[in-house]
Design a protein around this ligand. Structure first.
Ligand code: IPE
Ligand code: IPE
Ligand code: MG
Length: 256
């Protein structure tokens, strides 16, 4: 088992769960069987994150571009989502996990929307972990939506142009109120972002693995976290400056 330091965990992990289709192909099965197996990996990873104490887990489950896939595949993905929500509600409650979503969920079918609404409502006060599903999500659309809303609010006097800054802009995004991801994992060997959290990933540590999503295990999660823990996040500063900041923070803690 890979060793991780539970005192220095990423607060927020975001995952691009990719490779279901290739997994199915490798096992000479249809793509939908790959998605079904992928749903199993979701269960494993949610459980593992909750167990070690990750506070936020964002999973890219369906992108705004995925609507263009064959209708049969889209339908199957929607059905799997419904099934996941039905089956997992009890587990989310037991584990005190809150479910949230980001994305244009108005595009989902009324049945899925209703189920999502119910699960979100029933888990709203759970506070051990946030499981945030990116559904019908695209970061470029998200930013355009935010800009439109800002222009509207400026027009109606709710917002002033001079008040627009990184913090206020963030409040107009789907992820408002959530910390930015510390670690972003993408499976299946693709080294791209595919329109996921373009704003929020500005200083996120990126981890790419060749493992296909349906094969992703707790061990793979630990490997990603261990890699994250070996890195130095500099946020544009120098290593020396960071050491000073850390020393100051430690002093602050001692004095507090
Ligand atoms: C990720 O697996 C799941 C979704 C995008 C919904 P893919 O379906 O993209 O799998 P590959 O990339 O074709 O292998
Ligand atoms: C990104 O994967 C979206 C999800 C994992 C839901 P895709 O398979 O859609 O991305 P591309 O097409 O390889 O960029
Ligand atoms: Mg893919």
């Amino acid at each position: 088992m890979i060793k991780i330091d539970t005192d220095r965990l990423p607060r927020h992990i975001a995952i691009i769960m990719d490779g279901n289709g290739r997994w199915a192909e490798k096992h000479t099965m249809g793509r939908i069987r790959g998605h079904r197996k992928g749903a199993q990996a979701v269960r494993t990873v949610v459980r593992a994150c909750r167990e070690i104490g990750i506070r936020y887990l964002t999973l890219f489950a369906f992108s705004s571009e995925n609507w263009e896939r064959p209708a049969k595949e889209v339908q199957a993905l929607m059905f799997l989502l419904e099934e996941y929500l039905d089956k997992e509600l009890a587990e989310l409650q037991k584990q005190e996990i809150r479910l949230t979503t980001i994305g244009d969920i108005e595009r989902l079918t009324p049945v899925v929307r209703e189920k999502l609404f119910q699960v979100k409502e029933s888990t709203a006060t759970n506070d051990k972990m946030v499981l945030n599903l990116a559904l019908s999500y695209g970061a470029q659309d998200e930013m355009i939506m935010a800009i439109k809303k800002i222009i509207e609010d400026c027009g109606s006097g709710k917002m002033e142009i001079k008040a627009i800054n990184k913090e206020t802009f963030s409040q107009y995004l789907y992820t408002s109120g959530m910390p930015d991801p510390d670690l972003m994992i993408r499976t299946s060997g693709e080294c791209r972002i595919s329109n996921f959290l373009l704003w929020q990933l500005a200083y996120t540590e990126l981890y790419f693995t060749k493992v296909l999503w349906p094969d992703f295990t707790k061990d793979d999660l630990y490997k990603a976290i261990a890699s994250y823990q070996k890195r130095e996040r500099r946020f544009g500063l120098t290593s020396e400056q960071l050491k000073e900041v850390n020393t100051e923070m430690c002093k602050g803690k001692v004095n507090a």
